[in-house]
Design a protein around this ligand. Sequence first.
Ligand SMILES: Cc1ncc(COP(=O)(O)O)c(C=O)c1O
Length: 452
Amino acid sequence: MKRQCDTMKENVDETESQGKTTPLSCRGIELAERKNFLGVYKAMCYNNPFHATKNIKGIVNMGTAVNRVMEEELAERLTNSDALRFDQRYQHYFNPSGVLELRQAVADTLTRQLAPDNPVSPDNLVIMNGATSCLDALAYALCDPGDVLLTPTPVYARIFSDFEERCQVDVMPIVCKAVPDNAGESFQLCKEAVEDKIVEALSAKRRVRAFILVNPNNPLGDVYPPSLILDIMKICAKYEMHFICDEIYSLSVFDEDANFHSVLSFKDVPDPERTHFIWAMSKDFALAGFRTGVIHTRSSSVKKCLDAVAVYQSTPALIQHASATLLSDKAWCDDLYLKINRQRLRERYTRCLAKLKGAGINVRKAKAGLFIWFNLGPYLRSRTKEDEMDLFRELLERGVYMVPGTQFYCEEPGWFRAIFAVSEVELEEGLKRILQVVEERKQKGQVPSRAA
Ligand SMILES: Cc1ncc(COP(=O)(O)O)c(C=O)c1O
């Protein structure tokens, strides 16, 4: 397969042979030309945000995965004098892989919350500025350009960008179909599909280096059964592939029967040296602006490489201190924040589910995260990506932004992801606007009669 960068290089060589110079490298050109769907619409929402009294015509942002249900509690705790307080030691250089105070606080929190029988060591942690940086750093440490990373789709779209953009890893989807399986479940992942995809890529002479699972899944809100995770880890071990688990939503499991098992809690991991975990403060603690993410690895060589990369993408010391202060306050963190956060997410999700289902929309059951995934396919003029974008634009014009499913590499057009972790008033208004558009499409008869 000819890589896009090779084509760029030929174009650059041709331009330069004509005596002109190009301002960017081949990589730079490729990056500058990449489409950034989320970036474009996020900016649009930030420039015209809905406000119940000051800007009722503004856009209700149900597209950006931000958790706003605990804003008051967070602000109150952070403005306590122990958290965001300047001290001269934050002024100077520090361990770029993360200060011990934060690595210890993260290790203790992850142990308490995710792996009480399998304590996490701060020595196995590297702190970086957000999960995005962690994904990019793992791509750098584990893969060479042109190597293959596999991931089940639909998935958080930046899994693709974070491996492709700088490290030029080829991300290949393992497509989970919208069609329900024998048990009536849609978008199901099975171990056979993982192995089939590995064999397919190997037969095409590709170097398959890693598999990444987002658990709980974004955008589905799914929690994967521990038996499936173990099976996939065994498959990865068989093919000497890295198994990465992005658990950025692991403390936002709001369904009490979800049976969520973090990869950190597995005692007998088939290949511990090739098993890596990612988490961040961005979602569970609603602190995306803090740019505090973490990688856990038991491999000393991977750790050494990550330590070297960390210097480019470390989190400021003052922010590390503030993050550590929150996490170390066990009473606030476990008994107040995380508990109430889960309750509020559950309430918001239940309300959203009832409203959408009440309007006859097919909604997929979620167990975790900030989002709800539902099918507006019956309200498209035809089941194409273009018509999905057409509905997306209509919704945006009517003042509500949600991300359409094909942006998450969903094969079947028509699915949408809405963030319900917005304020009460935004949730009401956003749902009202979505349902109005759906109702109008029904009334105008723009949709096939079998729409339901
Ligand atoms: C699954 C997943 N991983 C990583 C990220 C990126 O997180 P961060 O803001 O910490 O870079 C997100 C953000 O939406 C996400 O949903």
